[in-house]
Write a new protein. Structure first.
Length: 572
């Protein structure tokens, strides 16, 4: 829990209002209009959906707070949940000061120290803001105690007179706009938001992890302002958008994926964008188990398969959590081997020491363009243990299967809801993998967005299928279901006991079992270890990676001992 979250106790709205005038002003106005006062919830958790009436404030990153409100049936906006971002606001006078201060900062920027990170840039900006402002309380008492300092101290003095609260508001807004995400900062600071949808000048809608679809108080009021913002954002992520190239995909600095549709003749209601947010901390396999996305037994099965070099696809519909699951299973790969990742948008997160991370490069010049196909060809020459492909969409899928044929295991995500549809998509246009090559893939995980127990949405691994081989008589691919999810009981069942082609016929001998069915005892041993990690709440990604590193460096006994004695990073 961040330090700022510890400042205010749950229910202590008065302290929040005292520390943050922008929250106090909002609460007073809201209470005057609706006759009710929100409660302060603190850092949000999933139990917040039980709150009734739904009228609460939670902290994201100080000084940003969010007010969640569900209007009554007789109120405007009834039938929807409102998400209201609360951040410092500038008065008209302060906005004029901001413009003058930014102009001074830009003039002085060439003489400022060099920086290599946003944190360093923020520190430099903060120092410059202090240098070019002066607190009114430090000025001589007189009628001209506010305004521009060169009116008082001479033309060469470029300082601006502000009080301490104004300086902090100016600091926040200037850093927000120059370094962070501008008017979208409240949205991107909220880890409970998943997808952010903006269409033209309409209010922005979001998918909330706790409250489902919510409507924000944030929108762009002028098309030119929106177009200018999207141009600046696209240039910042290295994928400039224009009327000639109106659709781009890229990644924001926090790893979130953004899709921009820029031109009015393509997006009829004005420029639009969608941001798919990713958690700042990589989600671990143990956390997915705690959430019910998969069982400890599914995780143990994946562990054995990845340790022994099996190729896997994580498949499912859009926003089903494929990339999250892919990142969560990567620590199961031997920590002493080389991993190579190839992506259009950098989303794969690998903690292994030897990781070669490459991304495609777009360019108007065809000779300068680097496509996924080029990266995968380079991967085959690099001889990694595993090749990870962020997402297979087109002809690179055929190259992925060629890599599998040459002995390079592949992990990737793919859009297909079942093993049958997956085979159909791979063997049809535009991928065109010959069906007789499909048995180079070993298994696939299928994931869906489902209704969560108690309401809301959840992600579940709904099936795990093994690919057994090509049957020339039927000209088809033989597959076998290993795990299936029961939506009524919200439980995963192992259907592959004594029937797993991978475990018995491929992995058992590699693992040194003379009796191939002993592999199921190994599966149970790993299931129990993973369940012990879950029972001890060792959910942080660093904890999970560290424990598996003990396994790969020191063996099973040291790993089991570490599981029982490990201190979580959250408790250190």
């Amino acid at each position: 829990m961040a330090d700022e979250e510890l400042k205010f106790a749950k229910g202590d709205l008065a302290s929040v209002m005292a520390a943050h005038p922008h929250v106090a002003e909002w609460v007073r106005d809201f209470e005057a209009r609706y006759g009710s006062r929100p409660v302060y919830y603190g850092p949000l958790d999933r139990d917040a959906k039980k709150q009734r009436p739904l009228n609460l404030i939670y902290i994201t990153k100080e000084p940003i707070f969010v007010h969640i409100y569900e209007p009554a049936e007789d109120e405007d906006d009834a039938g929807q949940v409102l998400w209201i971002g609360l951040e410092p606001q500038l008065t008209e006078e302060e906005e004029n000061i901001r413009r003058e201060l930014v102009e001074v900062l830009l003039q002085e920027a060439p003489a400022a120290p060099n920086f290599t990170t946003d944190d360093e840039f923020e520190g430099i900006l903060s120092q410059m803001i202090e240098r070019y402002t002066v607190l009114r309380q430090d000025l001589p008492v007189g009628p001209r105690r506010q305004g521009r300092m060169w009116d008082i101290l001479g033309l060469e003095d470029k300082r601006l007179a502000v009080d301490e609260a104004q300086r902090e508001r100016l600091r926040y807004i200037i850093i927000r706009d120059l370094i962070r995400n501008g008017p979208l900062e409240p949205l991107l600071s909220d880890e409970m938001l998943e997808d952010i949808h903006s269409v033209g000048l309409k209010y922005i809608h979001m998918d909330h992890k706790v409250f489902g679809m919510v409507t924000s108080n944030i929108r762009f009021r002028e098309r030119e302002v929106l177009a200018r913002y999207l141009r600046a954002m696209s240039e910042r992520i290295g994928r400039p958008v224009s009327d000639n190239k109106p659709i781009i995909d890229g990644a924001l600095l926090d790893g979130s994926r953004i899709n921009i549709i820029f031109s009015d003749d393509v997006s009829m209601l004005g420029p639009s964008f969608t941001i798919r947010k990713f958690a700042e901390e990589t989600i671990s396999i143990v956390q997915l188990i705690k959430w019910g996305t998969m069982s400890a037994q599914v995780a143990a099965y994946v562990w054995i398969c990845l340790e022994y070099g099996m190729s896997v696809l994580v498949s499912g519909e859009t926003a089903s959590g494929k990339t999250t699951t892919l990142n969560a299973i990567l620590p199961f790969i031997d920590h002493n081997v080389k991993i190579y990742s190839a992506e259009d948008t950098p989303e794969v997160k690998v903690a292994h020491k030897i990781w070669q991370r490459l991304v495609t490069r777009d360019s108007k010049n065809e000779d300068s363009r680097v496509e996924m196909f080029d990266l995968l060809k380079a991967a085959l020459r690099s001889r990694p243990r595993y090749i990870i492909i962020g997402e297979i969409r087109g002809v690179e899928g055929a190259t992925a299967f060629q890599a599998m044929q040459t002995g390079h295991p592949v992990i990737a995500t793919f859009h297909a809801s079942s093993i049958v549809k997956m085979i159909q998509r791979f063997t049809g246009d535009p991928i065109n993998v010959p069906i007789r090559f499909f048995d180079n893939l070993n298994f696939a995980l299928f994931q869906e967005v489902v209704e969560a127990p108690g309401g809301g949405i959840a992600r579940r691994i709904t099936g795990v299928d093994e690919v057994i081989g090509y049957n020339k008589h039927s000209d088809g691919v033989l597959t076998r279901g290993m795990f299936e999810w029961d939506p009524v009981k919200d439980k995963h069942y192992f259907r592959g006991m004594f029937q797993s082609h991978l475990l018995e016929n491929k992995i058992a001998a590699m693992a040194g079992f003379s009796n191939k069915r002993d592999i199921y005892d190994e599966l149970e041993r790993r299931r129990q270890a993973i369940q012990d990690m879950a029972d001890r709440d060792l959910t942080h990604y660093d904890d999970v990676f560290g424990l598996l590193n003990v396994y790969y460096q020191s063996g099973w006994d040291a790993f089991r001992s570490a599981v029982n004695t490990w201190v979580s990073v959250n408790d250190r």
